[in-house]
Design a binder for this molecule. Structure first.
Ligand code: PMP
Length: 434
């Protein structure tokens, strides 16, 4: 049996034998031993309400998903060069959630792999090399995706922007150049793609792709202003690029109003990438694209991925889609998300620390500031909120370029009672901290 070690022993062993660049959550890290629904349980049996985990989408260790994985694991697990029902069933079911144009599925093992593959496809289709990304974005951990992620290359340990990458201004209508009062903010932000395209042309190159998350996660839970993607896609297409929607964080019904968050912008991407929630914690990712783009990728070089699309992964992916549907989780995300947004906006009236409340469904950001005119980020205060909530057994994280945005992205089974408890505790936290 594996010994039951103390938190201190585990930390010591991590230091000795694990990747030293791996961080831990909280000043005093937690040792979790079990998960169920929206809760994680520590080694003493304490239940923590999980508002961080958008990976265990339909709830931690959902019995339907677990049973599907166990049954298939006991039956067969092989690569995709044999015929199997699960993979075609999954491809069919997944593509049915998209507009009809997006009908070809490639399976991967992670969001990073999905974004890497999307880039390969885009470069092949366009015969171009350069890429436009949105400021502060994160698209994955491979060398290629680090080069494409301002969150990493501009961050600690980053080497700066590589010449083949252009960064478009973040369309943040709270902090950026164009604010919520401006009905054309989305269109104005999209104009910045002209600069990116001009810079690529000045290098004698062409853009292969424009990557954009459908709601900006690492950018600080930024909801794209109306019209942004429509205008940005038009500019990118006119320059010959394909448009890639990264739905790794927000897809699969989390946005509430829509199954895919890009739908809120009235666009159809050329390529969509998925990860995190797709397997409820099982390592999976996917790329969905148009047949003509997929066909252009047939250059003679095969895309083969040992584990991707195996019968176990597909059984799990199918179970996740079943549970989302059976439990009405998209509508639930809308209902609980709207309740949270309303409660947070009410709270904003009483707590000056809250500068902005934004989000869609169960993907919400609460930006904390010290001053409503200068928007000075309340980073230390945000961290104090996280520690206060931890003491009351609620898990929450922060994000954004200033790390001052409370990031709400719980498992989708997060209930109205959970939302009420969170609002009550956040109110207490803000009263104490300010
Ligand atoms: N894209 C986005 C928007 C992400 O948030 C992440 C992970 N945080 C990734 C891609 C990479 O996914 P993974 O960690 O599964 O490789």
């Amino acid at each position: 049996p594996i010994p039951n070690r103390s938190a201190e022993d585990i930390i010591a062993l991590r230091r000795q034998h694990l990747n030293p660049s791996l961080s831990m959550s909280y000043r005093q890290p937690l040792k979790m031993v079990r998960g169920a629904g929206a809760y994680l349980y520590d080694q003493d049996g304490h239940a923590y309400l999980d508002m961080v985990n958008n990976v265990c989408h339909v709830g931690h260790c959902h019995p339907t998903v677990v049973a599907a994985g166990q049954a298939q694991m006991a039956q067969l697990n092989t690569n995709t060069r044999y015929l199997h029902d699960n993979i075609v069933e999954y491809a069919q079911r997944l593509s049915a959630t998209f507009p009809a144009e997006l009908s070809v599925v490639f399976l991967t093992n992670s969001g990073t792999e999905a974004n890497d593959l999307a880039l390969r496809i885009a470069k092949t289709y366009t015969q171009a090399n350069d890429v436009i990304v949105v400021d502060h974005a994160y698209h994955g951990n491979s060398p290629t995706m680090i080069e494409l992620s301002p969150y990493k290359f501009d961050g600690k340990g980053g080497r700066g922007r590589p010449p083949h990458i252009q960064v478009a201004e973040i369309p943040d209508d709270y902090r950026g150049r164009f604010r919520k009062e401006d009905p054309k903010a989305g269109v104005h932000y999209a104009d910045d793609l002209h600069c990116a395209i001009a810079a690529i042309r000045a290098r004698g190159e062409k853009p292969a792709a424009f990557y954009c998350e459908s709601v900006l996660g690492c950018g600080g839970q930024v909801v794209l202003p109306a019209g942004y993607l429509q205008a940005a896609y038009a500019h990118a297409h006119a320059a010959g690029a394909v448009c890639i929607a990264d739905e790794v964080q927000v897809g699969f019904g989390r946005a509430g109003d829509y199954f895919w968050a890009f739908e809120a912008q009235g666009v159809i991407p050329d390529i969509v990438t998925m990860g995190k929630p797709i397997g409820n914690g099982h390592p999976m990712g996917a790329v969905v694209t148009r047949p003509e783009i997929a066909q252009a990728f047939m250059t003679g070089m095969e895309y083969f991925n040992t584990f991707a699309g195996n019968p176990v992964s597909c059984a799990i992916g199918l179970a996740v889609l079943d549970v989302i549907q059976q439990e009405g989780l998209q509508a639930h995300a809308k209902q609980v998300g709207d309740f949270l947004l309303h409660g947070l906006n009410e709270m904003k009236k009483n707590h000056a620390l809250i500068g902005d409340v934004r989000g869609t469904g169960l993907f919400i950001g609460v930006e904390l500031v010290r001053d409503h005119a200068s928007l000075e980020p309340a980073t230390a205060e945000a961290n104090a909120v996280i520690e206060f909530l931890k003491a009351h057994r609620i898990l929450l994280s922060t994000d954004g370029p200033h790390d001052n945005v409370l990031k709400l992205k719980p498992p989708m089974v997060f209930s109205m009672n959970n939302a009420q408890e969170f609002l009550m505790r956040l109110d207490q936290a803000l009263s104490q901290i300010s």
